[in-house]
Design a binder for this molecule. Structure first.
Ligand SMILES: [Zn+2]
Length: 59
């Protein structure tokens, strides 16, 4: 098994994790009802995508 020769310093660990932050989700306004919704997805409040009504999936 590979064993690290030197311990990782707090600084180096922090630098490595500088790219790991979560990004804020981007919300676009629904053109139909004006509610904030995820872009390229069916609006959860009016069930519409590109002006067309999309029925929810039923199992
Ligand atoms: Zn909507």
């Amino acid at each position: 098994m590979a064993v690290p020769k030197k311990r990782t310093s707090h600084s180096r660990k922090g630098k490595r994790r500088s790219h790991l932050a979560l990004k804020k989700i981007s919300l676009a306004k629904c053109p139909e009802c004006g509610e904030p919704a995820l872009p390229h997805r069916v609006c959860p409040s009016c069930n519409r995508y590109k002006g067309k009504l999309v029925l929810p999936f039923e199992s």
